[in-house]
Design a protein around this ligand. Structure first.
Ligand code: NAG
Ligand code: NAG
Ligand code: NAG
Ligand code: NAG
Ligand code: NAG
Ligand code: NAG
Ligand code: NAG
Ligand code: NAG
Ligand code: NAG
Ligand code: NAG
Ligand code: NAG
Ligand code: NAG
Length: 846
């Protein structure tokens, strides 16, 4: 296992542990995406990032991830954080129209046989009054007479990039929703039989449709082709009468405005004449365009399902075909109808393009139903795929199935809802719905089928800004979400949060020509945006300077290690070092190569340069104040503190030492070693007890020579003794202990010493220690008496002892006297008067 795999394994294990602890901060698993963002808008365009405006914040950490900020990191004060959140507010939320329970009113009762005028004033207010006749009052109360099938109607959204937002949208199909059907018929000669059939079927169509919705209107228009060669023969007689039963050809003619008078429909169809043209494709696109855009003429109601039935047996001309007839002016997509209902621009404007039709059909929420014969059905199917909301039905050769075709198509159209939107590519809009399956899962689709009246369908609309458009104007968009073929929509006023407010003039963090940027840039959101030819973090560099030798080499200290830029404690910016800020506010790195700091100096007593009142640290050296000196500013310059106070000799250290840094260093002589704060002590030296004696006496005990209060006050001003219970001399403090008898034969004790300020301090015992007084004659008499008594006692004792001895002797004498018998026996002490001697040398027997 090589080192790489090992470390990788370690990493894996480490990550595993972290993950299992469920506390893995994002910074561990993936690189923090925020740190690389140097501008406010870049920052807030990154999800999960926030920006710090604080002028005193470190520039390279302004874009941060609030979720991962730990407490040790320097935090951005709340007031400076720019972290906008998605905001939604509903501007309009009308309640949906409810399906009313009264049931569908029989269509027959609504058939109006009155002869209507040709012209129709198709406005909703008229329709509204109609609607009251079928009992829609309930809705009127809800939305001012309007049918509401989509809610909400308008919302305001402020979105961050790549942060999706879900909106709940509801769709319901209202009962008896009005239907407008405009029948657009190809009246070229081949369609004459279809026309006959339609005029016969007209009533049936109306009747069938009224069975589906009681609020139904029918209109009629026809088309042939442009009256220009080669579409139409322009020979004079052909122009007037292309065929026997034909009328003069025309582009498009509007015959009957949408009307509830359905009888008129058959009538109008019957009265319309066929015409003739030359080529096979017809000018149907002109007709579609006009019938779609001429809202007033056709009479499209604002609130109605709009059906445009386009019936033909031929294919169509489209944009570009006009060139064949010398028509180059493109179609303008506007309404050009004469009072008689003829399309006036037929010979002057080209056919509209499919796209144009798609657009105008979409804009007008019209469902086009192509009812075409089998021969052309394929091409119309392709066309329908490119036109929103359109469908194709197969028409029999004589249009006999037109009624069922329309009914089928209508039912299909009205039973499906398909949501669309017009958002630009910068915004993604997704639809999620369960359609009618209330228990099912949400499906990503914009289309639901088989809807019946009264069904409520919920769409979840997910809006997400994919990227911020470069163009600022596009940051605000209006997006329309609408069901195809219904003139109702949800309008989203979307504001993309692509920029910070502080990037716009007028904000307090926006300052042009700012002194913070050396007057060479705009101060924006805490950073400088430099004018041309200036650069650097504070725009301190200019291109003129840069033209000099500005390379990273200028950031390398000449006498330092090679290749180390800014001593690794700063960034090399435009050839100058910009030193990093320290986490601790009390520390600063500086110098042209960031080689200096104000925190790496000698310490004394744990204080940098003996504390700020002694000196400050400058680039590794302590700079001391006036009074101090030494490498750590711990040495006092003046000798004043070496003079013993309260002496007149004026000798430094009492003449027995030298003064170093304001402290006496005492000498050692043959007398012994000098000691004490001022070298005033030595084994043979006298102390100064006597000097202070009188004052201690008078101040403490009111005795002594200065007993008089006035004397005491005038002569004793140097100190005031501090009373203590018991006086103990503290050798370390250089305290001297003194004790004297006063006139009362009492001992009083005190200590004196010099405190840190060389001020004399005296501590004296509260109470003097006094002896009891004894009367002398008593002692003398006592002694004599004691001696006499002692002699007497000895005499008596001698007398007693001798007496006892005498008695004993006498008693023994008496006893022996009694026992004495003058024995006849030999007196022990009697010695015979004669004595015999033997001569040892005599050997005769004698
Ligand atoms: C609109 O109103 C309906 C009820 O009237 C409510 O359920 C829905 O939440 C509202 N929608 C919004 C976006 O406020
Ligand atoms: C047809 O519309 C007219 C007004 O335009 C109205 O007076 C009449 O009642 C309507 N007829 C039917 C059957 O709705
Ligand atoms: C149709 O309306 C126009 C004005 O809009 C009017 O001049 C004309 O007479 C009306 N035609 C009929 C048949 O009422
Ligand atoms: C009208 O609708 C009813 C039921 O909704 C149906 O029975 C009847 O056949 C329909 N009439 C026509 C002409 O379609
Ligand atoms: C759709 O309805 C609104 C009012 O709800 C109306 O202003 C607008 O003109 C209508 N659009 C069309 C194409 O009819
Ligand atoms: C027709 O319009 C719709 C909606 O604007 C669009 O999605 C579709 O692509 C358009 N079709 C063509 C062929 O442009
Ligand atoms: C979408 O349609 C609305 C309403 O017609 C319009 O105001 C808006 O500008 C359109 N938005 C886009 C992006 O085209
Ligand atoms: C609804 O959805 C669930 C799960 O997707 C499915 O099992 C169920 O058959 C669906 N019901 C209907 C009526 O489609
Ligand atoms: C730039 O540097 C080169 C060599 O390092 C030196 O020869 C030249 O004079 C310098 N130019 C300026 C403008 O300082
Ligand atoms: C170091 O410098 C900074 C900035 O000038 C200052 O705030 C700080 O008090 C200094 N620290 C010391 C120990 O002098
Ligand atoms: C302080 O005393 C030392 C010797 O004890 C002497 O060398 C020095 O000059 C004196 N300094 C001053 C300011 O008198
Ligand atoms: C006390 O002080 C006065 C003058 O202040 C002086 O005349 C007197 O001698 C002093 N007494 C003693 C005992 O020193």
């Amino acid at each position: 296992m090589d080192l790489k795999t090992q470390s990788f394994l370690l990493l894996v294990i480490f990550n595993g542990i972290c993950a299992s602890l469920q506390q893995v901060p994002q910074a561990f698993t993936s690189a923090n995406p925020c740190t690389s963002k140097g501008k406010c808008h870049e920052c807030i365009q990154t999800p999960s990032c926030a920006w710090c405006n604080d002028p005193n914040f470190e520039d390279n950490h302004r874009c941060f991830q609030p979720s991962t900020v730990t407490s040790q990191q320097k935090q951005c004060p709340e007031e400076y954080v720019v972290n906008p959140d998605n905001i939604e507010s509903t501007l309009m939320n009308l309640t949906l129209s409810k399906a009313h329970k009264a049931g569908i009113i029989s269509s027959g009762t609504l058939v109006d046989v009155a002869e209507g005028s040709y012209n129709h004033s198709g406005s909703w207010s008229a329709s509204g009054s109609e609607s009251s006749s079928w009992g829609g009052g309930e809705w009127g109360a809800q939305a001012g007479g309007k049918i509401v099938q989509l809610a909400p109607q308008r919302i305001n959204l402020k979105l961050r990039v790549r942060q999706s937002y879900k909106i709940d949208m509801w769709y319901t199909q209202a009962e008896d929703y009005p239907v407008d059907l405009y029948y657009l018929m190809d009246l070229s000669k081949s369609m004459s039989d279809d026309k006959e059939k339609l005029s016969l079927l007209g009533d049936q169509l109306a009747y069938t449709m009224k069975n589906l919705t009681s609020n139904f209107k029918l209109g009629f228009g026809s088309f042939v082709d442009k009256v220009v060669m080669p579409y139409v023969s322009t020979l004079k007689d052909k122009l007037e009468r292309p065929c026997e039963i034909c009328v003069a050809p025309y582009g498009f003619r509007h015959h009957m405005t949408l009307s509830n008078n359905t009888h008129m429909f058959s009538d109008m169809v019957k009265r319309a004449d066929v015409s003739g043209n030359l080529d096979a494709p017809e000018g149907g696109f002109d007709a579609i365009m006009q019938s779609v855009v001429c809202r007033e003429h056709i009479g499209w109601r604002e609130q109605a399902r709009r059906l445009l039935v386009f019936s033909t047996d031929a294919s169509f001309h489209y944009a570009g075909d006009g060139k064949l007839g010398g028509i180059v002016k493109p179609n303008d997509g506007r309404c050009h109808l004469s009072r008689e209902g003829f399309y006036t621009e037929s010979s002057y404007q080209d056919y509209p393009s499919i796209e144009q039709i798609n657009l105008s059909v979409k804009k007008n929420s019209i469902n086009v139903i192509f009812a075409v014969t089998e021969s052309t059905i394929d091409i119309y199917k392709q066309l329908a795929a490119n036109i929103e909301g359109s469908s194709v039905g197969k028409l029999e050769g004589d249009s006999s199935n037109i009624v069922s075709l329309i009914k089928e198509q209508y039912e299909q159209i009205s039973s499906t809802v398909e949501m669309k939107h017009n958002a630009s590519s910068a915004v993604s809009i997704k639809f999620y719905t369960r359609c009618l399956n209330s228990t099912g899962a949400l499906v990503n689709t914009n289309k639901c089928g088989n809807i019946k009246v009264g069904d409520l369908i919920q769409f979840k609309v997910e809006v997400e800004v994919l990227k911020c458009p470069k163009n600022r104007d596009e940051h605000k968009q209006t997006i329309q979400i609408y069901p195809v073929g219904i003139n109702e929509s949800l309008i989203i006023d979307l504001e993309m949060l692509c920029e910070c407010n502080c990037e716009k003039p007028g904000d307090r963090f926006y300052e042009e020509n700012s002194p913070r940027c050396n007057h060479k840039g705009t101060y924006i959101c805490g950073i400088c945006e430099c004018y041309p030819r200036a650069f650097g973090r504070k725009c301190e560099c200019s291109t003129e300077e840069a033209s000099r030798n500005i390379t990273d080499a200028t950031c390398v200290r000449p006498d330092g290690p090679p290749g180390v830029k800014c001593s690794n404690r700063g960034d090399c910016v435009c050839g100058k070092c910009q030193c990093h800020a320290r986490k601790n506010d009390n520390e600063r790195v500086y110098g042209p190569y960031c080689e200096c700091d104000n925190f790496s100096c000698e310490h004394h007593d744990g204080k940098l340069c003996s504390g700020p009142d002694h000196g400050e640290c400058d680039c590794g050296v302590c700079r001391c104040t006036e009074e101090w000196t030494g490498t750590n500013c711990a040495c006092r310059k003046s000798n004043a503190t070496c003079y013993a106070p309260d002496t007149s000799d004026g000798l430094l250290c009492s003449g027995h030492g030298v003064c170093e840094c304001g402290v006496c260093k005492c000498d050692t002589t043959e007398d012994g070693r000098y000691s004490g704060k001022f070298c005033e002590r030595c084994p043979t030296c006298s102390d100064r007890c006597i000097e202070y004696k009188d004052c201690v006496q008078c101040q403490m005990y009111r005795t002594g020579p200065l007993k008089d209060e006035h004397d005491c006050a005038t002569n004793c001003t140097k100190f005031t003794p501090i009373p203590v219970k018991e006086v103990v001399a503290n050798e370390e403090n250089n305290e001297f202990k003194c004790a004297y008898y006063d006139e009362d034969e009492c001992i009083f004790t005190y200590v004196y010493y010099f405190d840190n300020d060389n001020k004399l301090q005296v501590k004296a015992q509260e109470n003097r220690e006094c002896r009891e007084k004894i009367f002398l004659p008593f002692i003398v008499i006592g002694v004599i008496a004691a001696v006499v008594l002692l002699g007497l006692a000895i005499l008596l004792l001698w007398k007693l002892l001798t007496t006892i001895h005498d008695r004993r002797e006498f008693a023994r004498f008496e006893k022996e006297k009694m026992m004495a018998k003058w024995d006849t026996g030999e007196n022990p002490i009697y010695k015979q008067a004669t004595s015999t001697f033997k001569n040892p040398t005599y050997s005769g027997k004698g």
